[in-house]
Design a protein around this ligand. Structure first.
Ligand code: SF4
Length: 399
């Protein structure tokens, strides 16, 4: 278990404990593992913070100090050069957002806020009720909370986002005496997934009404009460996800539900099954991982056992091995193959603009294979252009 004590009702976990209040206490039985993605996120957030501070508060963080600090970050093992580009996108967004205010807004960068009045936190407990917003802008009647997300797996929407809404409540409590806040804007910049930000506007009265709902759910969560409510979003990173009975029963119900129905399913049903099946598949994977760890720990999982998977071979000293082969008469050209970089790799090495200027004329964009995605996906739907059957046939012809 990681040494750091995590809060029971955190802002980042709010999407879970609001939907499934007893999950907060159930999760306590399981270790919280900090993944590499999280550490990578910390590093890139440090860089983003430096850039914003240098840009908005240059006197406090002049160029020489800024460069020194950035160079320190570049030495960290998880550093990637692309972090510079992605944090520039975030800085651009914040800068444009600040300029959209009628007067220069007040800026909070990596601002610690307290929303414990809504999560019913014990005021003595310094772990509860606090969160750090990446950026808060306040001016006139507007409060804007901006979040920088570095993940590239799942797009996160700002619409009704509970983490940002809790930060907004915290910021409102902090600044309500100074600003006549009426309008609230939530923004998520996720540059590895999209060039544009996800934005959502609401009013302070709607936010406060939601705050009352938060209080009711928090009261249940703190007591470990309320209904377990399995669902893809809330179960996805729940620490109890492999063993949770409610999730298991729900997924078994979804996977094996039977009844007297017509022999053929409709497209309506297909859509519904595909949606329901997503979490069934994830749940089975979580269950397999947990059962494997139990078998490896020597505990019995009836009907299952752990075995060694297919191994692989690798050189202990490739250079010496190749020398030996060459001395034995094997030609170097047989041992090494020269391969061109992929188009994306070349673009990364050359830089987007230089790539476009120098060889853009030699690039043609082929349309992608039709893919089934959820309706909420931002891409435009394609219809009557090419059927999936035709697309797969084309692919086969090229094989
Ligand atoms: S796995 Fe899902 S249903 Fe079970 S406690 Fe976690 S969020 Fe709730």
């Amino acid at each position: 278990m990681s040494g750091k004590k995590h809060s029971l009702l955190s802002a980042s976990g709010a999407h879970r404990w609001l939907a499934c209040p007893p999950s907060a206490k159930l999760e306590l039985q399981f270790p919280d593992t900090t993944s590499e993605a999280a550490s990578e996120g910390t590093l890139v957030h440090d860089l983003a913070e430096l850039k914003l501070k240098h840009h908005f508060f240059t006197n406090d963080l002049p160029r020489s100090k800024f460069t020194r600090e950035v160079n320190k970050l570049k030495k960290k093992p998880l550093w990637q050069d692309e972090m510079m580009r992605h944090t520039d996108t975030y800085l651009d967004y914040v800068n444009t957002a600040a300029m959209a205010f009628e007067h220069d807004p007040s800026k909070g960068i990596e601002k610690r806020v307290y929303f414990g009045a809504y999560t019913l936190a014990d005021q003595e407990d310094e772990n509860e009720g606090y969160g750090t917003a990446d950026c808060i802008l306040i001016g006139g009647e507007t409060l804007q909370v901006i979040d920088f997300k570095y993940g590239k797996g799942v797009p996160v929407s700002a619409e009704g986002n509970p983490q940002l809404a809790l930060y907004a409540l915290g910021a409102y409590e902090m600044y309500k005496m100074l600003y006549p806040i009426e309008r609230v804007k939530l923004s998520i910049v996720q540059p590895r997934l999209s060039d544009g930000a996800s934005e959502w506007d609401t009013t302070i009265s709607e936010l406060l009404a939601w705050g009352e709902y938060v209080k009711r759910q928090a009261a249940l969560a703190l007591e470990g009460e309320g209904e377990y409510h399995p669902g893809e979003q809330q179960c996805r990173f729940c620490r109890a996800r492999a063993q949770c009975r409610a999730r298991a029963e729900e997924n078994v119900r979804l996977a094996f539900q039977v009844g007297k129905k017509p022999p053929l399913i409709t497209t309506d049903e297909a859509g519904q099954y595909l949606l329901q099946g997503e979490d069934v598949a994830k749940w089975l994977k979580d269950l397999q991982e947990w059962a494997l760890s139990e078998c490896l720990a020597g505990r019995e999982v009836p009907g299952w056992k752990a075995v060694e998977g297919r191994g692989s071979r690798e050189w202990t000293d490739m250079e010496t091995a190749f020398e030996v082969l060459q001395q034995a008469g094997i030609n170097r050209a047989v041992l090494y193959e020269e391969k061109p970089l992929t188009l994306a790799q070349v673009e990364k090495v050359v830089g987007k603009k230089d790539f476009e200027d120098a060889v853009g004329a030699y690039v043609v964009k082929n349309p992608g294979k039709p893919t089934l995605v959820k309706e909420s996906d931002k891409r435009e739907a394609i219809k009557n252009k090419i059927t999936a059957v035709e697309a797969f046939k084309e692919e086969k012809d090229h094989e």
